[in-house]
Design a protein around this ligand. Sequence first.
Ligand code: ADP
Length: 470
Amino acid sequence: MRITMKRKLSNQFLRNFLVIFLLTILATVLAFVLLSFTSELIADSLLKNRYPASAIIKEDYRQIDASAVVQNGGGVQVVDKGYRVVYSSGLDTIGKDKLTAEEFTTFLTESKSKPYHYDILYQPKGEFWLIVTFPTSIRLDFSLVHNKEAAAGDFLRASSAITFVALSYLLLIAFFAFIYSRVTAVSITVPLRKLCDGTRLLREGDYSARVDLRLKNEFAELQNTFNDMAARIEQEISLRQKSEEDRRRLILDISHDLKNPMSSIQGYAELLLQKSGLTEQERAEYLKIIINNGKRANRLLTELFELSRMDSPEFSLKVVRTDICEYIRQICGELVPQLEREGFKYEFEIPEVSIMALVDTERFSRIIQNLANNAMRYNPPGTLVTISLTVQNRQAVLEFSDDGIGIPTHLANDIFKPFVRVDDSRNSQTGGSGLGLSIAKKIAEAHGGDLILCQNENKGSTFRLTIPAI
Ligand code: ADP
């Protein structure tokens, strides 16, 4: 297919160029015809034809009136039979008073090739030559002379020479047209082929395919569009693959995390039902296990529900204009008893100013509650929890830090993904679902802000929560 495309284009170009070359010859011939026609038209008005030698010649050269010729920029010379210039007026291209027989013959034979027009007339009675000279304006000598009386052999030789030249000329034109069409076709077929190759690779699923033509013409434009398109498809595909991968992992994580509490509930409920002679204490213990696992499954499902609700298009916040300093101060106040009960130290730095923001107070407090719960759940008592609030670039920035065990830096981004936990085996036992930070980040984003984990050089972990101030 590639070869046929190339051939077709090359042949097309060859045809086009041949036609163009032949038309050029035709146009040249026409131009010559036109030239001879126009020169016929202007011939009568040219000085050399207005003042020919025959018009002024007299039997006695002394009676010749050269004034009109001289006035019009020409010249008149009379050469006698002894080759002496006996009379000269105006333009003189002989430049001598006396010529030898050879010099005069040379003058006569070469007069055609000089940039002057010579009209030479011999006066037999006066025995002199009259030479009327005018400077040539422009002269183009091109004429085909033919005489039927010429010898047949000469005629054959001359006509075969002309035929040979004409054929060579046509062959040369055909050859040039061929070379030129190939060169021109290559400048189109090569980039076209590269673009076709790229498109084919793309069709076959190689989304990393790009085209590099090293050109600056329209093909370069096409190349850029193609490369942009390929880059976009590649991006879309990788996004789709990633979200597909995320979805698969989410389902796997959900089923994995629900499986343990559900089988526990089933197992202990069956024990209660089937095992006879259980002591009151054993019964209470089993029931407690069932309740705890039920709570765990319930919490997991509630959080999952919350997470997917926030992803749905109908989700919207119930925001109210709130003084964020006042609001955070209030939440910190509510955290104090919990922190003290768990044996944690705390420090709050909330400025005594008012910073207004649009906040869904109920949801926003869940972020801080979640960060506090995590700090208390994953760190030993005695850990210092710090909450500070500042305003930077029209953003309220809340930093929530602890000097506890910290989160590995390689998990800085992943920790906000559902079900991601630092120590999976340990945390699934402690009851963490791995959904808290995902929900918190989504709430922050829904407010037009963000929740990130800062790279912490000191001990512990620092979360930065931002929300636009108004
Ligand atoms: P979980 O429900 O498991 O707490 P989160 O999304 O809230 O889920 O937290 C994800 C994981 O991040 C936790 O399982 C824990 O390993 C880690 N983590 C969160 N906060 C802290 C913290 N302050 N200190 C140490 N580890 C933490």
